[in-house]
Ligand binder design. Structure first.
Ligand code: PSU
Ligand code: MN
Length: 312
């Protein structure tokens, strides 16, 4: 049997960046394969990479191609993943499936964090759209993202949890698992499409430098959990919670009626909500993803600066 490490392909760009300790930002690929329609998915992937480079950091989009785990997909590989028909949604438990089948797939937040842990490129910062969490009225559907956040020490930048979830329950779970929830420039937990949720964060911080200092303090105590940074969607693209709520409820009811569960649920809801909002929710989704890539790159830069100071 091949060792897992031998199935990991690190791009030359990421290798070089890791070798000279440049700042690196990991990006997931489920958003490409299952979260957004074509051709917006490819456009967005390229835009996120560009935004990270513009901040002077190196992007590492992570995903599976033919059973190999890529840390830093090249432009051509991203294009392949974005256009592939038969792709899996890959969380940590699905690694063995795609490896043994030689399959391709987009890694979820949990899958991407798990990949970073094994990647040997010292990736500390990761940008996504919205994390998974506890689903509404679905019996017992809790995203593996929460488990990964509880056990893998990285700084994860998101726009809150996806609004389709049970947000209070998701926040309770994060508290139980000792995952600090930082509000970036806000004391309110953002709800993905909306800047507001009526729910609090555990701490408000206002600069990338403060976030890095906080994360270092968190891990200095011996904590192994992630630090979750929630960055509200830019105001120009935000949709208010009062407008979103009935739409989310309708989409959730439809999913229940159609008996859509498990891995299919999130993609179904995102697509249905986009239809119901005539594309506005997708615009918000694209906007918050780019916004998170930018902030993650700034945090990665501040992280590297702090590391250098520590070594000097
Ligand atoms: N955020 C988005 N679009 C997405 C996702 C997040 O804007 O498609 C993906 C992430 O990869 C996340 C996953 O990890 O949805 C959660 O899926 P589930 O609820 O099945 O764990
Ligand atoms: Mn789920």
């Amino acid at each position: 049997m091949t060792r897992f490490e031998e199935l990991i392909i690190t791009s030359n760009e990421v290798k070089r960046a890791a070798g000279i300790s440049l700042s690196i930002v990991a990006l997931e690929s489920t958003v490409l394969t299952h979260g957004l329609p074509r051709p917006q998915n490819l456009q967005l992937a390229n835009d996120m990479e560009r935004a990270i480079r513009a901040e002077g950091a190196t992007p590492a989009t992570i995903g599976f191609l033919d059973g190999y785990l890529h840390i830093g997909l090249t432009e051509g590989e991203i294009e392949r993943l974005a256009n592939e028909r038969n792709v899996s949604k890959v969380g940590p438990r699905d690694f063995a499936t795609v490896i043994s089948q030689g399959a391709s797939g987009g890694t979820t937040v949990a899958g991407t964090m798990f990949a970073c842990k094994h990647a040997n490129a010292n990736i500390k910062v990761f940008a996504t759209g919205g994390i998974g969490g506890v689903h509404r009225e679905s019996g017992f559907d809790v995203s593996a993202d929460l488990q990964a956040l509880a056990t893998i020490p990285m700084i994860v930048v998101c726009a809150g949890a996806k609004a389709i979830l049970d947000l209070p329950a998701t926040l309770e779970y994060l508290e139980t698992m000792s995952v600090p929830v930082i509000g970036y420039g806000t004391d309110e937990f953002p709800a993905f499409y909306s800047r507001e949720s009526g729910l609090g964060v555990s701490v408000q911080l206002d600069t990338p430098k403060e976030i890095v200092e906080f994360a270092r303090a968190h891990w200095s105590t011996g904590m192994k959990s992630a630090v979750l940074v929630t960055n509200p969607v830019p105001g120009t693209d935000a949709i208010s919670q009062s407008e979103m709520e009935p739409i989310i409820e309708q989409a959730s009811r439809e999913a229940q009626k159609k008996e859509i569960h498990g891995q299919q649920l999130t993609p179904f809801l995102l697509e249905r909500i986009s239809e119901l909002t005539k594309g506005r929710s997708m615009r918000a989704n694209l906007s918050l993803l780019l916004n998170n890539a930018r902030l993650a790159a700034q945090i990665a830069h501040a992280w590297r600066t702090a590391e250098k100071r520590r070594v000097a």
